[in-house]
Design a protein around this ligand. Structure first.
Ligand code: ADP
Ligand code: BMX
Ligand code: ZN
Length: 289
C-alpha cells in the first residue's frame, strides 16, 4: 500500500510514493510565497496530481505547528506571510484519501531515530529556511499537546539579536537559518540567498564566512542547551544549510569549546533531504497521529 508523502518547507515542496522504507517518483516544486492560501492550494494540487492515483493515503510533514490537522505558522514570514492553512481538510477533499500531518522536523526526527545505531534519546535539528527540531525520548516522538514541542528555532540565541518573524527578539532562527543568513548580509551580499552566500564563503569571502560561522556558532550553543534540557546522546542535523559542505564540522568546532557535559554526538541526517517525507510516511504507516 503506497503512501503519498508530502514535505512542505519554507523554500520547497517535495512529494514521493513510499512503500515501507522505499521511496519512488520523488518530485519537488518551489513553495509559493503568498499571504492567501490559494497559491499553496494550487502548488499542492500540481505536486500531488501525478502521484495521487497510485496512493492509498497521504502523509504530510510540514513546516509550522501542526495541530488537529491545521498548519499554524509560528513564523509566518517563512511561508510568504501565510499564517493558517487547513492542511488535512484541504488534502482530504482534494484527494478523497485519508490524510495525516505532522511538523516537518518532528517527522524527520522519527525517520532518523529508526536508523540510530544505539537507539537512545535523540534530537533532530533542521537548519533550512527556518530552524526546526524534533525530540525522540524513550522511543517516543514528542509532539506536545498543541504541536509546539521541539521548536528549538525559537529559543534565545542573542537578546540583542534581530527580531524573529515569530515576534520574539534574538531567536536562533533569526540568526542561524537560511533566511536569516540572507537577511543579515550587507554590502555586496545583499539580496543573495544562503546557498550563494555559502558558495562565496567557500571561495574565501570574509563576510560570507562570518555569516556562516555566526549560524554554526548559534547552532552549537543551541545543541548545548538541548543537551541540558533533554540529556540526549545524539543530535542529528538536516536541512540544506545543516547538510551544506563544511557546516556540521564548523558546528562541531564550536561545540568542542563548550564544557564536555554539553557535547553530544553529532551526525548528518542519514536520509538527507528525504527525512521529513519518510518520517511522515512511517508515522502514518505505524498508525500514529
Ligand atoms: P525547506 O526549508 O523548504 O525544507 P531547504 O532545507 O532546502 O528547504 O532549506 C532552504 C534554505 O537552504 C534556503 O535558505 C537556501 O538558500 C539554503 N540552501 C539550499 N541549498 C544550499 C546549499 N547547497 N548550501 C547552503 N545553503 C543552501
Ligand atoms: C519554523 C517553523 C517550524 C519549522 C521550522 C523549519 C513556521 C512556518 N515554521 O521555525 O514549524 O519546523 O521553521 O521549517 O513557522 P523549514 O521550512 O525550514 O523546513
Ligand atoms: Zn522566533
Amino acid at each position: 500500500m503506497s503512501t503519498l508523502a508530502i514535505d512542505i518547507g519554507g523554500t520547497k515542496l517535495a512529494a514521493a510514493l513510499v512503500d515501507g522504507q522505499s521511496m519512488t517518483a520523488r518530485r519537488e516544486l518551489p513553495t509559493p510565497a503568498s499571504k492567501t492560501p490559494q497559491a499553496l492550494q494550487e502548488a499542492l494540487r500540481d505536486l500531488l496530481s501525478p502521484l495521487v492515483d497510485q496512493a492509498q493515503r497521504i502523509a504530510v510533514a510540514s513546516t509550522g505547528i501542526i495541530h488537529n490537522g491545521v498548519l499554524t505558522a509560528i513564523n509566518p514570514a517563512n511561508l510568504g506571510g501565510l499564517a493558517h492553512f487547513p492542511l488535512v481538510e484541504f488534502l482530504a477533499e482534494e484527494s478523497g484519501l485519508p490524510v495525516t500531518a505532522v511538523n516537518d522536523a518532528q517527522a524527520a526526527a522519527w525517520a532518523e531515530f529508526q536508523v540510530l545505531p544505539d537507539g537512545g534519546d535523540m534530537v533532530f535539528l533542521t537548519v533550512s529556511t527556518g530552524v526546526g527540531g524534533g525530540v525522540v525520548q524513550d522511543g517516543k516522538l514528542l509532539t506536545g499537546s498543541g504541536g509546539l514541542a521541539g521548536h528549538f528555532g525559537h529559543t534565545l540565541a542573542d537578546p540583542n539579536g534581530p527580531v524573529c518573524g515569530c515576534g520574539r527578539r534574538g531567536c536562533i532562527e533569526a540568526i542561524a537559518s537560511g533566511r536569516a543568513i540572507a537577511a543579515q548580509a550587507k554590502g555586496d551580499l545583499v539580496g543573495l540567498e544562503a546557498k550563494v552566500i555559502f558558495a562565496k564563503a567557500a571561495r574565501g569571502d570574509s563576510q560570507a564566512h562570518e555569516l556562516v560561522a555566526r549560524s554554526a556558532k548559534a547552532i552549537a550553543s543551541l545543541i548545548a542547551d538541548v543537551r541540558a534540557v533533554t540529556d540526549c546522546g545524539t543530535i542529528v542535523v538536516g536541512g540544506s544549510v545543516g547538510l551544506a559542505e563544511g557546516y556540521l564540522p564548523l558546528v562541531a568546532e564550536y561545540l568542542a569549546q563548550e564544557p564536555e557535559i554539553y557535547r553530544a554526538s553529532l551526525r548528518p541526517a542519514h536520509y538527507r533531504h528525504d527525512a521529513g517525507l519518510l518520517g511522515a510516511a512511517l508515522l502514518a504507516q505505524g498508525g500514529l497521529q
